[in-house]
Design a protein around this ligand. Structure first.
Ligand SMILES: C[S@@+](CC[C@H](N)C(=O)[O-])C[C@H]1O[C@@H](n2cnc3c(N)ncnc32)[C@H](O)[C@@H]1O
Length: 259
């Protein structure tokens, strides 16, 4: 199967992306929104599939779904749609999306890759996501109780502040997708103590071997990027002990489940 990532594209993938852009340019926004699978690529479809599987794994587990690293909100909104469809009256199921909505922050000079900067992922508009959440509020059951909320700012600060005001919070699923070491570490330290048996934390980077802190170690040791002995894992091992690690077949998501 040909490689399909956002970086280091093959010639075939570049041609595909070019033709796909031409097709999208031919269409009105409503046409695309009404038939999104005409334009979906393999990464998007695989991500969607694995998220559906992950969601099913926590359907019987009480608690919030927390996504750290929301970007435009595609994943957060998929989880919201799944929750509204499969557990419409689960009034105690809250979704929280943490992001600066202004790009990377708390970049770690030691553990994060050298070729990143604060502008990355800054081309997003949180007001569109907020409007989409409100749109879904119009037609969902029990819509006086908020279901999905955004927490704006640097997770290193916002996550510890957020839990202070919510002593009742328990977490069913924690999604770690900031791509950065510090916010990932703080999110794990903050939310893992709030996760009960069978709760799930997951990261696309866990499956692809690029959890923050990993690349540095991989380069230094010339080991496979799928090795599980990264600096990051070594550091969080004490935090996650008692959790069972698993990978999804599509390698677009993986997780750690409490036992
Ligand atoms: C890979 S994107 C998230 C993709 C998203 N989960 C999805 O599936 O579409 C990474 C996100 O992490 C956010 N981010 C990076 N550092 C952050 C920090 N310190 N605090 C909050 N958000 C951060 C960026 O703004 C960016 O939107």
């Amino acid at each position: 199967m040909q490689r399909m990532t956002k970086r280091r594209l093959t010639e075939q993938e570049q041609a595909y992306n070019q033709k796909r852009s031409e097709l999208i340019a031919r269409c009105k926004p409503e046409y695309i929104a009404d038939a999104p699978f005409l334009f979906a690529n393999r990464i998007q479809t695989a991500s969607m599939l694995s998220r559906v599987e992950l969601f099913r794994m926590v359907m019987d587990i009480p608690g919030a779904i927390i996504e750290c690293g929301v970007y435009k909100g595609n994943s957060l909104m998929l989880y919201l749609q799944l929750s509204l469809l499969l557990e419409p009256y689960a009034i105690n199921r809250s979704l929280y999306g943490f992001d600066t909505f202004e790009g990377f922050r708390s970049i770690d000079g030691q553990f994060d890759p050298a070729d990143i900067n604060e502008q990355m992922f800054s081309e997003t508009d949180a007001s569109i996501l907020e409007q989409s959440i409100l749109l879904n509020d119009l037609i969902r059951p029990v819509n006086r109780i908020p279901r999905c909320e955004l927490v704006k700012g640097d997770i290193v600060k916002t996550a510890p502040e957020f839990v202070k005001d919510k002593p009742e919070l328990c977490v069913a699923m924690l999604i770690l997708d900031t791509d950065l070491y510090q916010p990932t570490k703080v999110a794990l330290e903050t939310f893992l103590p709030l996760m009960r048996r069978a709760a799930l934390w997951c990261s696309t980077k866990f499956a692809t071997g690029t959890l923050p802190g990993k690349r540095r170690r991989s380069r230094k040791c010339s080991t496979s990027t799928r090795s599980s002995s990264s600096d990051f894992h070594t550091k969080v091992r004490s935090v996650i002990s008692g959790f069972e690690v698993f990978g999804m077949e599509s390698a677009t998501a993986s997780g750690v489940m409490g036992r």
